[in-house]
Design a binder for this molecule. Structure first.
Ligand code: UGA
Length: 453
């Protein structure tokens, strides 16, 4: 089939390249001419495992092309996937500006009688597919028919390519049985179960999925805080909880909370939409609120471990919202930097991320010293916070921490290090929801018992 994807973000590019790999002819369109110019030169503007190889393979085979103009697309292709950004505005409402702009640029409408499809993949408020359908209905020439359907995307950054080829499920929301059947045929090449439903249910499924994950993470973080206060060990609690198939083992990691392009935005949009619909989502609202407090909790633990933080040097290891990506959208690192600077003006912050350094240079204040390695970031610091659980941080040995740092105090914000092992070798490692949180003698003497190397 000839298809197009409008919005060459990670979701759009992966979807386009993925369908091209399945043998379709795909045009990938984005209004960002710089991005399209890069893609035409074979440069992938994201750190996404496997994406470069997938794109290269399909551009070389001539199945994947790039462009920046969505007009006339409907003349050329049978199916358009919309994967444009729907960022939340100040009132947490999703902005559909990019989506409407694409819809309005699709004119002139096709002259052939072939039925066309517009499949919305972006996260959108419930009812959007119907609104798009009615917006174009009045403008379509009589002989022309376009079905607007909802095919929400559940792929994750960092594993987008794998998630495309091995989806957990494919949800097809459509008011037209014919469109639903055609999309089912296209998706049948992929292994996930296909769920055919109406557009509104498909749209709500997407928002509810991200909101549920947000609730699960915030629940874990709050139980972890309770574990700290009551002397329990949260990772062991989480492991036992996860063995119950009704709870499941995933998304029970406590840490610095959730970030990213979609999860926080979708959870907030659901809350906003639900308020307007008269069905308040108090649980999701509380999960969002709880998430915002987590970096502060970590800073309080740091303050308990360090006297006079304003005169100290602190390293942040990891800046992206999770490993496997250079995305820093709503990353806990941003909040940590802002709060550390606000609460302790004068504090020196160094930072290192294996992939997100160049993004960080644009987003973090210039006072943050971005370093080229963990060693450089840790050297001469009084404490370090593991913000993102990149694998390479697990390779750092106790002796490295002791040799490089002024004081080997590690706040393991993702419970990724061997805390007991490091503690036994003289490194203070303070995790989330685990004991010992702060060794007693250490608190009493405000850090002076940690051997200076
Ligand atoms: C999320 C969803 O998982 C995808 O299904 C969805 O398609 C995507 O949003 C989207 O709507 O575009 P993603 O943003 O890639 O995917 O990130 P996740 O892997 O879900 O992680 C989200 C955040 O939760 C990260 O900051 C991660 O560190 C945090 N997290 C995750 C925890 O704090 N604890 C956990 O146990 C799991």
């Amino acid at each position: 089939m000839k298809m197009a994807v409008v919005g060459a973000g990670i979701v759009g590019l992966t979807t386009g390249a993925g369908f091209a790999d399945l043998g379709h002819t795909v045009q990938c369109v984005d209004i960002d001419t710089g991005k399209i110019a890069q893609l035409c030169r074979g440069i992938i503007p994201y750190h996404e495992p496997g994406l470069e190889a997938l794109v290269t393979r399909n551009t070389s085979a001539g199945r994947l092309t790039f462009g920046h103009d969505p007009s006339r697309l409907l003349q050329d292709v049978e199916l358009i996937f919309l994967t444009v950004d729907t960022p939340s505005d100040d009132a947490d409402e999703m902005s559909l500006a990019a989506l409407w702009s694409v819809i309005d640029q699709l004119e002139p409408w096709p002259s052939s009688e072939m039925r066309k499809m517009i499949a919305i993949k972006s996260s959108v408020p419930v009812g959007t597919a119907e609104r798009v359908q009615s917006r174009i209905r009045g403008r379509l020439p009589e002989h022309c028919s376009v079905d607007v359907v909802s095919v929400p995307e559940f792929m994750r950054e960092g594993s987008a390519v794998r998630d495309f080829f091995e989806p957990t499920r494919i949800v097809i929301g459509s008011a037209s049985a014919e469109a639903s059947e055609r999309l089912t045929q296209i998706y049948q090449r992929l292994p996930g179960p296909i769920m055919s439903t109406d557009c509104r249910s498909a749209e709500l499924t997407k928002l509810a999925a991200n909101a549920f994950l947000a609730v699960k993470i915030s629940f874990s973080n709050e139980i972890a805080a309770l574990a700290e206060q009551t002397g329990a060990d949260f990772p062991s609690v989480a492991h036992s909880l996860g063995l119950d198939p009704r709870i499941g083992p995933h998304f029970l990691s406590a840490g610095l909370g959730f970030g990213g392009t979609s999860l926080p935005k979708d959870a907030r949009a659901l809350v906003r939409m639900a308020d307007e619909a008269g069905a308040p989502q108090t649980l999701v609202e509380a999960a969002v609120r709880a998430n915002a407090m987590i970096p502060l909790r970590m800073i309080r633990k740091l303050e308990a471990a360090l006297s006079d933080p304003a005169r100290r040097k602190v390293a942040l290891l990891g800046l992206s919202f999770k490993p496997g990506t250079d995305n820093m959208r709503e990353a806990p690192s941003l909040r940590l930097v802002a709060e550390l600077n606000r609460r302790h003006p004068g504090i020196t912050i160094t930072a290192y991320d294996p992939e997100a350094n160049s993004v960080a240079r644009k987003l973090l204040p210039p006072s943050v010293i971005i370093c080229d390695s963990a060693e450089e970031a840790l050297t001469g610091t009084d404490a370090a916070i593991i913000v993102t659980e990149w694998r390479e941080f697990r390779q750092i040995q106790a002796d490295d921490f002791k040799n490089w740092m002024n004081r080997p105090i590690i706040m393991d914000g993702r419970n990724t290090l061997d805390a007991a092992g490091l503690n036994s070798q003289g490194v203070v490692c303070i995790g989330v929801g685990r004991l010992p949180v702060v060794p007693k003698e250490f608190v009493r003497n405000a850090g002076e018992h940690v051997p200076k190397v």
